[in-house]
Design a protein around this ligand. Structure first.
Ligand code: UD1
Ligand code: UDP
Length: 357
């Protein structure tokens, strides 16, 4: 059996690492990786392949830094050519980026089976590019691997029960990755010392979502709130290149510890040693939970609603005062972090077994 895996953006490398490892355990499966090039800086791409032992992509498309239509369109055209020559049995796509949609659409139109990992998530905000990508990808896939019960429920509410699409509650592939790399991070990452941080005494934050970065007032409010928090507790922000560009363009004053993006091992170390996490990232909201950290989410909605329901996560949007209020409120989750919201860490095995069935 031949599987073509499509990746392009940072969170997809992390998700693909867990499945690629599982595929290597199955002698009857050949995996061919296409990297669209959506993320291309060494610390946004290469570092993950090296650190996480992800097989080298057979195809590097180098398509990035374009408008949504141009990026998705160029990826679609190039992926189609590769699929025609590779003739895979299945195309595997992850998450909700432009690379995800381009890969799924190219495969669907060629009648190649599409498997979508991290399916069924919804923010119900159609202004988000991710919401458009995930709804369309879900609808044209053949197998949907849902990380949570909520994701399954969302799909059923949209009538997916009546389509010829297999729904699988696989658990979250990011939980597999977090569990697998934690001990490696503990033994290899030296970032806490390098940055002179004290374990349990700093805030880890990240900001990159289009809805926050492309609306200057939202970006300014978030940065001002983090600047104020930094007066009394160190705030560390590995900054996404999108955000760095905008901060520089708008000449927004940053007073916290802004560092370049880091690899996954350093990120695990930063998350697991933080006092609290503040983010608009999808992946980081969950990793905060995996490592027992309370998360303040700098968005108006989240796809990971079970975290909010359990009191592990508070949605604050991008208003400085609301962010500060949430930060100063000592929230305690309704239950211990020790509950399985995202499966048992063996999503990869379930996914591959369902694909080869
Ligand atoms: C993309 C995804 C988003 C995901 C995020 C993960 C879409 C629509 N968005 O957003 O869902 O949460 O990845 O990080 O697919 N850039 C660099 N170097 C890089 C990567 C990006 O300079 O290595 C710059 C690009 O040139 C561009 C900006 O960052 O100016 C945004 O990149 P893009 O890939 O369009 O979207 P992301 O914000 O990364
Ligand atoms: N991440 C990383 N280095 C960083 C910032 C994030 O390795 O400097 C990891 C993070 O731990 C998570 C993933 O990247 O696993 C999340 O990616 P991102 O926030 O870019 O995208 P999202 O999850 O919001 O789509």
């Amino acid at each position: 059996m031949k599987i073509v895996t499509i990746v392009g953006a940072r969170p997809q490398f992390i998700k693909a690492s867990a499945l690629s490892r599982e595929i290597k355990n199955h002698s009857g499966i050949e995996e061919v990786i296409i990297h669209t090039g959506q993320h291309f800086d060494a610390n946004m791409s290469d570092i993950f392949f090296k650190e996480m032992d992800i097989p080298a992509p057979k195809y590097q498309l180098d398509i990035h830094s374009l408008s949504h239509g141009a990026m998705t369109g160029r990826m679609l055209e190039e992926i189609e050519k590769i699929l025609v020559s590779e003739k895979p049995d299945c195309v595997l796509v992850y998450g909700d980026t432009n690379s995800t949609l381009a890969g799924a659409l190219a495969a669907r139109k060629l009648n190649i089976r599409v498997a979508h990992v991290e399916a069924g998530l919804r923010s119900y905000n159609m202004a988000m590019p991710e919401e458009i990508n995930r709804i369309l990808t879900d609808r044209i896939s053949d197998i949907l691997f849902c990380p949570t019960d909520t994701a399954i429920k969302n799909l059923k509410n949209e009538g997916f029960d009546h389509f010829n699409i297999k729904l699988v509650q696989s658990g979250d592939i990011m939980f597999d990755a977090a569990l697998y790399y934690k001990s490696k991070a503990d033994s290899e990452s030296i970032i806490i010392d390098d940055l002179n941080l004290n374990s349990g005494e700093y805030v880890l934050a990240s900001i990159h979502r289009q809805e926050n970065t492309d609306q200057t007032n939202r970006l300014q409010e978030i940065i001002e709130a983090l600047n104020i928090i930094h007066h009394h507790r160190t705030v560390v922000v590995p900054i996404h290149p999108r955000t760095r560009k905008l901060i520089e363009q708008q000449q927004i004053k940053v007073k916290f510890k802004m560092i370049d993006p880091v690899g996954y091992l350093d990120m695990i170390s930063l998350t697991s040693n933080a006092a609290i996490v503040m983010t608009d990232s999808g992946g980081l909201q969950k990793e905060a939970f995996f490592f027992g950290k309370y998360c303040i989410t700098l968005r108006d909605q989240t796809e990971w609603i079970e975290l909010v329901e359990g009191g592990f996560n508070t949605l604050v949007g991008a208003d400085k005062n609301v962010i500060l209020d949430a930060y100063h409120t000592n929230v305690s989750p309704k239950t211990s972090f020790n509950i399985q919201l995202y499966g048992d860490g063996h999503a990869a095995g379930k996914i591959i077994n369902s694909i080869i069935l």
